[in-house]
Design a protein around this ligand. Sequence first.
Ligand code: JA8
Length: 235
Amino acid sequence: MRIDVVTIFPAFFDVLEVSLLGKARGSGILDVRVHDLRDHAHDRHRSVDDTPYGGGAGMVMKPEPWGEALDAIAADSAARPVFIFPSPAGEQFTQATARELAAVPHLVFGCGRYEGIDERVFAYAATLGEVRLVSLGDYVLNGGEVAAMAMIEAVGRLIPGVVGNPESLVEESHEDGLLEYPSYTKPASWRGRDVPDVLLSGHHGRVAQWRHDQQVQRTRERRPDLLPESVDAEE
Ligand SMILES: Nc1nc2cc(Br)ccc2s1
């Protein structure tokens, strides 16, 4: 998978050189390229923003640098890219979105700043590939970089070969629509708190049932919106 990121803060993504994603880059599983939007701003001040038409506070990101940056990326793409623009006005990013995007050969993340990107950039990008505005949640950040980083991690870890043991991806929160069960490790007793006996029983069937019950209970308590219709949130 190829991932491009366009941002005015390229150094923000240096962290992608470390941990699992860093190893995946080194082994060629992930091809991550970070681009400085200011490289596509050619005036003396390399300006990427300007005042909004119609007035109002703040600045809007100019379309010209974006157009040039997206053209350059699309020009050497082996597949029609999917452009992801983090936006508080976007669709909700979920684990299902991550799974969907993990199957896309070429993702391009466009990180807005200021009051956002000139709307015509999204329309232009749609001539180069699919465009999706995506939100992590109902809150506003100062820019798209934090959201893009989170999505890159959520998607990247699903790429075969990135996570050592793919089994560990199966029993996670949201993979089966429920929150994950609680986990314990040694010691069996710690500061007067003991690991639930069932987990020490060696009875795999009972352990599996207990874990599922915990998932349903946690989901009912913390995220009743995730419970399937068949399970009454009030039970
Ligand atoms: N939740 C989010 N807030 C923002 C703000 C800006 Br500015 C750009 C992207 C995003 S995604």
